[in-house]
Write a protein that binds this ligand. Structure first.
Ligand code: SF4
Length: 392
């Protein structure tokens, strides 16, 4: 006699056995299932394995991205989601001032980033500012009738000898009066260690100068002083520099930098690969297309993925396709992220000798050889169009 559900147990459950206890069963009661001691443990093992398998870098990155997206909407800054269009040629962001012109152009034009973006540094920087420095300023620094604003918008035009440039963005915390008007502006940075910090970094000083210039223009009160505060990510010690507005630094260094970057944009030029600071190339997500990473590429423009390069990550690729919906994947990336091929075209392989072309998945990606040439007795390697030619 058979009692209860006789559906076989799922594959992989192993020796999980149910023993229907016929002798205990009353005519109108459901069957009782008795589990052997080993069978009792097995489902827990499977559940644990599922959990262990679910914790991956990919699922974490996807969750974090989604969480950031939701958070931006929650706090009223949906414009941070997705990519920004290239900036108007005269408009400059305080956080990019005085850095490598080429890198700033790559960022502005949403060139694809080879490698990861330093999300961890951004996260630590934001937490340090919002959860440590702002409460510190509020509770231990401001006195009667002075308050703190998390940030203030700035938007200011500057006349140069041959053009007008504009600096637009958001400040770091500002000490304000009871009307909310600025008294003193800050720029907060974190650093791996304060030990080797020998003074304010010029691009951070430039950023603070942009805030001071814009706030000084907008308010009746003179805003000619700022604080540059560095916090150690290791010890949480801080080091603070009082920065007084330096007219010469502003007019002879910062403003000419803006005018030069504007000229590069107006001429639609890829600026020279000329870092301003030693650290820039090491921390640059465009070093491979720029030519500073010994990867066989140099002076690559703003669009197109580097053939054979598998260092692109999914979040960065999604950003790139947001900016350039008609861009194509390379075969290497199509194999790495097959889901993306559902929405994006993939470059074909091409033989530069006979002109034959092949679908991305029609040849061995590890050893892409031309079959037409092989039939003629020649072994010829197939290629993927260069980044600039990936649009045709
Ligand atoms: S690798 Fe160096 S030179 Fe090239 S864009 Fe980046 S910072 Fe500039």
């Amino acid at each position: 006699m058979v009692f209860g559900n006789t559906t076989p147990l799922p594959m992989g459950v192993g020796d999980y056995q149910s023993n229907v206890m016929n002798e205990d069963r009353q005519a109108d009661s459901p069957p009782t299932i008795k589990l052997s001691p080993r069978a009792d443990r097995q489902p827990e093992t499977l559940r644990r394995k599922e959990i262990v398998d679910a914790v991956t870098n990919q699922s974490f990155n996807e969750w974090y991205q989604e969480q950031q997206f939701t958070e931006n909407i929650l706090v009223g800054r949906p414009y941070f989601n997705g990519v920004s269009p290239p900036p108007e040629s005269e408009k400059h962001s305080p956080s990019k001032l005085l850095q490598c012109h080429r890198k700033v152009r790559y960022y502005g034009e949403n060139a694809p980033k080879e490698g990861a973006s330093p999300e961890g540094l951004f996260w630590v920087g934001t937490k340090f500012e919002e959860e440590i420095v702002v409460p510190y300023l509020l509770e231990a620094v401001t006195k009667e009738n002075t308050y703190v604003r998390n940030s203030m918008w700035i938007d200011s035009e500057i006349e140069t000898s041959d053009r007008i440039v504009r600096v637009k963005g958001m400040t770091d915390p500002v000490v304000v009066d009871r009307d909310g008007d600025p008294i003193l502006v800050t720029e907060i940075k974190t650093t791996s260690s304060l030990e080797y910090l020998d003074g304010p970094k010029p691009h951070h000083k430039a950023q603070l100068h942009a805030y001071m210039h814009a706030l000084d223009e907008e308010y009746d009160r003179s805003i000619r002083d700022g604080l540059l505060l560095y916090g150690s990510r290791e010890t949480l010690d801080i080091r603070v520099f009082h920065i007084a507005f330096d007219d010469r630094f502003w007019s002879e260094t910062v403003v000419p930098w803006m005018a030069q970057q504007t000229r590069f944009r107006e001429n639609d030029e890829l600026p020279p690969g000329d870092p301003v600071f030693d650290w820039e190339c090491n921390a640059c997500p465009f070093a491979e297309r720029c030519g500073k990473a010994d990867s066989g590429f140099e002076n690559v423009g703003f669009v197109g993925l580097l053939p054979g390069n598998d260092t692109y990550r999914k979040p960065q690729l999604i950003e790139y396709f947001d900016a350039y919906p008609d861009a194509k994947l390379t075969p290497t990336l199509a194999h790495k992220f097959p889901k993306l091929t559902e929405e994006h075209d993939v470059c074909e392989w091409e033989c530069r000798d006979c002109g034959a072309t092949y679908d991305w998945d029609a040849v061995d990606v590890e050893s892409p050889l031309c079959q037409v040439c092989a039939n003629d007795g020649e072994l010829r390697t197939l290629h993927v169009p260069k980044p600039d030619d990936q649009w045709e």
